[in-house]
Design a protein around this ligand. Structure first.
Ligand code: PDD
Length: 286
């Protein structure tokens, strides 16, 4: 089945989708994106992704090309046209095509470029990695200072993912000034007893939509939540560790820089959080 993608109002087979070579997303990484998961044909935490998209656009003085209702309709149409049961919807908005290369932003006559596509991942929520956990390495965080804006400047996160692959592990955790910021494309946590510890929100990290839901569910389940930075050494000595993202949900981390976390196997708190998250989010999916 040919994948149908969305480009600037049109639904077309992927081979026919066209974006200009002058598009600022292509030339300058001048664009933002969102990734929303689909389970059972429904969107997980869609409202949260819409709020963050609007914020990313506004921080970059870009116009939001659609209302939330229009975004929802576009997502639903893409899910339907591609018969997606489990998977992800990727959406990207760039500052558009000014017709030439120029560092200055173009005026309002240049409309944003909108691209959306699906990624089918049957059984996304039953990922076997959730039973074994991820291994991670640490790597210096040399990204820019506005990581709270979800931009498409993903070269360094890609380099960090490659460093992990070369080391034979699953992901990298970024470290800045001696403490962990986040993973290459996820938020990072440790567990000590009944307490979940994760870095507080600031421009140092992306404000994860999954993070927000998981911290809410953790508090509701009588777990303590502490928002503060932690070091790699503290994480290595924790009882459990995990990451969250829209595509991995809640994923245990069992090894950091070669040292086992806790028993070296996924622990019960993270398993419970994953279960609660998936159950609650499936119920609220749209
Ligand atoms: N990444 N931190 C970074 C740097 C991220 O790129 C992401 C998401 C997250 C988690 O955010 P959320 O829970 O809203 O997905 C944290 C997406 C999944 C991606 O780039 O594919």
């Amino acid at each position: 089945m040919t994948r149908i993608v969305h480009v600037n109002g049109a639904f077309v087979p992927e081979a026919e989708a066209v974006v200009s070579v002058f598009d600022r997303g292509f030339l300058m990484a001048d664009g933002v994106y969102e990734v929303t998961s689909v389970l059972g044909g429904k969107l997980i935490d869609f409202a949260g992704h819409c709020v963050r998209l609007a914020r990313s656009l506004s921080e970059l003085e870009m116009t939001n090309p659609h209302t939330d209702a229009e975004w929802l309709a576009l997502h639903h149409e893409l899910v339907a046209r591609n018969g997606i049961v489990d998977g992800m919807i990727y959406l990207q908005v760039t500052r558009g095509n000014p017709g030439d290369r120029d560092f200055a932003y173009p005026g309002p006559e240049v409309k944003p470029t909108v691209v959306m596509f699906t990624q089918s991942k049957p059984g996304l929520a039953e990922n076997p990695a959730a039973k074994t956990g991820w291994k991670v390495i640490s790597i210096p965080d040399i990204r820019w200072g506005r990581r709270d804006i979800k931009t498409v400047q993903l070269l360094y996160p890609s380099m960090a993912k490659m460093a992990a692959k070369k080391a034979g592990v699953d992901d990298s955790w970024f470290v800045e000034e001696g403490v962990v910021t986040e993973g290459t494309s996820n938020n990072a946590y440790i567990v000590k007893g009944n307490r979940i510890i994760t870095r507080q929100l600031s421009s140092d990290i992306l404000h994860g939509i999954t993070r927000s839901a998981v911290l809410r569910f953790a508090a509701e389940a009588q777990m303590e939540v502490e928002e503060r930075p932690f070091t790699i050494a503290e994480a290595q000595g924790a009882d459990e560790a995990f990451i969250t993202s829209a595509s991995a949900f809640v994923m245990p981390v069992v090894e950091i820089d070669g040292a086992s976390v806790g028993t070296g196997k996924p622990g019960s708190i993270v398993a419970r959080l994953r279960e609660i998250y998936l159950e609650e989010m499936r119920k609220a999916a749209v």
